[in-house]
Write a protein that binds this ligand. Structure first.
Ligand code: SF4
Length: 244
């Protein structure tokens, strides 16, 4: 048995050397290699997404979500907040969850943090109407508490479907919950801000959630706004490239 393995390794070594001499630096990943390396192919999240049929339009998806009872938040919500904006928006802005006013109106970012978001976009010459705005959760967590892991897991497939249907070229993630859920990381916001990330090939920028900025006053708020301004300038540069 040991002899057989030695032979196999020698053969593999010779085969790889031969390809290197031929100028090949990498080899395509075939399904066979994937199964050899034990890649299960799909994650549980991918599986969850597959279990819900993707409607062919954003409007049909909106109707599907209206009656959603996949998590407990359906019991206390007044409205499902699907999001709004052009169905082919180049930029998607993704927040955490609807607040109280969003729950009552059924529209995203209409409260104080929505007004600040509009100002943030205006500062970099982006009209809110050009952008599709939504959030990780579509229903309001009572008392504006942080979304629970199981709620995020239940709702994420809808957001991923929105992204698939809208096909944005750029995403702005607002705050820790959005950044962590989209990038599947636990890195601190400070480390995630100020640079480009990629979500399924789509450029993604992270900044503070406007509600977080509004939690502070005076010098602290000014400092947060200055940091957010750096992120917004990066967003503006990337957005302008899409218009060229
Ligand atoms: S938060 Fe999402 S998963 Fe939960 S009930 Fe609302 S739409 Fe459904």
């Amino acid at each position: 048995m040991a002899r057989k393995i030695d032979n196999l390794i020698e053969e593999l070594d010779a085969w790889l050397r031969f390809h290197k001499q031929m100028g090949l630096e990498s080899l395509p990943v075939t399904p066979g290699i994937k199964s050899f390396l034990g890649d299960s192919g799909t994650s549980q999240d991918d599986q969850d997404e597959k279990n819900i049929e993707i409607p062919e339009s954003l409007e049909k998806l909106r109707k599907t979500i209206q009656n959603c009872k996949r998590c407990n938040l359906h019991k206390s919500r007044h409205n499902v907040v699907f999001g709004e904006g052009p169905p082919d928006a180049r930029l998607m802005i993704i927040g955490e969850a609807p607040g109280k006013e969003e729950d009552l109106t059924g529209r995203p970012f209409v409260g104080a943090s929505g007004q600040l978001l509009t100002k943030m976009l205006k500062a970099i010459e982006i009209d809110r109407k050009e952008v599709f705005i939504t959030s990780i959760l579509k229903c309001h967590p009572p008392g504006n508490r942080t979304p629970k892991a199981d709620e995020i897991k239940s709702c994420m497939p809808f957001l991923m479907m929105q992204i698939k249907l809208i096909k944005p070229k750029l995403i702005l993630a607002l705050g820790t919950v959005a950044a962590h859920s989209l990038l599947k990381t636990n890195e601190g916001l400070k480390k995630l801000r100020g640079r480009l990330h990629y979500l399924n090939g789509i450029k993604l920028i992270v900044t503070y959630h406007p509600a977080y900025i509004l939690r502070f006053a005076g010098a602290k708020q000014k400092a947060l706004k200055a940091e957010a301004w750096n992120d917004l300038q990066l967003l503006q540069r990337e957005y302008r490239k899409l218009l060229d």
